[in-house]
Design a protein around this ligand. Structure first.
Ligand code: NAD
Length: 355
């Protein structure tokens, strides 16, 4: 296969936001969401191989900045990501991110990429991949509460991976719902704007909560959740930031990515530290039960884990072998003699003086 990736190892491919948009458009958003879901699922299957740690978080009054590292022994990845619920008031995104993939054998970066779009894609792909294992059979309708930046990606991932056909949308800000309705107009989904969260969950077999507020919020109350639904709770992903009433948690079977991180950041921070949860990698590998009855409430307490970003970065790098959506960055010093770093500067100085 011909590859577009750089030969000299001092050059690092960089995927800008513009490049990422071109990649998404070229592959097709639903196709990319499905392929990402497969990549993420494959890495959940080899979960035990990964070096895992709860992300490193720097909290402030306004939000959080986090670093999310992991490695499978061959490649290493990390993401820088923020979460600032007040940002949209000043025209900024709530969540922005970028990330690096590197070669464990020599430590050299293999890829530097924007990850704001990639986070939305990988979060949606993870949600849908998990729902495929837990949702009630034949689910067709999803409630989408919180119609911000993530919401269209979530809706399309559930269409592509889980086969849903209808989305019932609700947001406290009607402008957000109108935006999502516009964006999903030609998606093939039946999209309905709802005036209340109760209307949104009515008749839905899957409920996705994807709101942003830096507090213990109650997006869903206990009486809104009927038997048999699958809840995909995305927005509670920080200490002091949750979306579900505690009583819902007590009625649900709870599935998580990495318990050590979810107990700090997820909905389950509201529960005792030893409240039983099931790890998704075990369900995927057939080592733990997923949904076992029609009346069971399954809850994916999503916070976002480093392996999902790792899978996404590796997927993007693989795509760049056949698609030219990157620029080469002169990121790494490459003197002729590796030990003559200083001499490299002197030669540059001489060259500049001669010019
Ligand atoms: P966003 O700010 O673009 O959208 C959030 C939306 O929630 C806004 O439209 C807001 O009006 C709405 N909202 C706030 N309170 C509400 C309420 N009580 N009822 C209904 N709607 C309400 O944010 P985003 O980028 O879409 O992210 C949404 C959430 O998902 C954030 O909390 C973010 O931290 C989280 N997130 C989680 C993951 C993960 O892996 N779990 C990944 C990315 C983002």
């Amino acid at each position: 296969m011909t590859t577009h990736l750089p030969g000299p190892f001092s050059l690092v491919p960089f995927v800008s936001v513009d490049d990422m948009m071109k990649l998404v458009i070229d592959i097709g958003v639903e196709q990319m969401l499905s392929e990402l879901a497969d990549e993420i699922e494959n890495d959940f299957r080899r979960w035990e191989l990964f070096d895992k740690t709860p992300r490193v978080a720097a909290h402030s009054e306004q939000g959080v900045i986090e670093l999310m590292p992991t490695s499978d022994g061959e490649a290493y990845g990390f993401k820088y990501v923020n979460g600032h619920p007040g940002n949209t008031h000043s025209g900024r995104q709530t969540v922005t991110a970028f990330g690096v993939l590197a070669d464990v054998a020599n430590g050299y970066p293999l890829l530097l990429s924007e990850m704001t779009l990639l986070t939305a894609l990988r979060t949606a792909a993870t949600s849908a991949m998990v729902a495929k294992h837990l949702m009630p059979k034949g689910a067709k309708t999803m409630a989408m509460i919180g119609n911000g930046a993530q919401s269209e990606f979530q809706s399309l991932a559930f269409k592509a991976v889980c086969g849903i056909t209808r989305v019932q949308m609700y947001d406290i800000d009607a402008k957000a719902t109108a935006k999502a309705m516009r964006n999903l107009k030609n998606s093939g989904l039946e999209v309905v704007a709802c005036k209340t969260p109760e209307d949104a969950v009515h008749g839905a077999e899957i409920i996705t909560t994807c709101t942003a507020d830096k507090q213990y919020a109650t997006i869903l109350t206990d009486n809104m959740v009927g038997a048999g639904v699958h809840i995909n709770a995305i927005g509670g992903d920080c200490p002091g930031k949750t979306e579900l009433h505690r009583d819902i948690l007590l009625r649900s079977d709870i599935f998580v990515e990495f318990p050590e991180q979810t107990r700090i950041e997820g909905e389950i921070q509201q529960l005792d530290p030893d409240h039983p949860v099931t790890e998704m990698w075990q369900v995927i590998n057939g080592q733990a039960a997923g949904r076992t009855s029609d009346r069971q409430i399954t809850l994916f307490d999503s916070v976002g884990f480093a392996t999902e970003d790792f899978s996404a970065l590796r997927y993007v790098r693989e795509q760049l072998k056949t698609r030219p959506y990157f620029t080469n960055l002169d990121l790494l010093a490459d003197p002729d003699d590796p030990r003559d770093l200083f001499g490299m500067v002197m030669r540059k100085q001489a060259k500049m003086a001669a010019e």
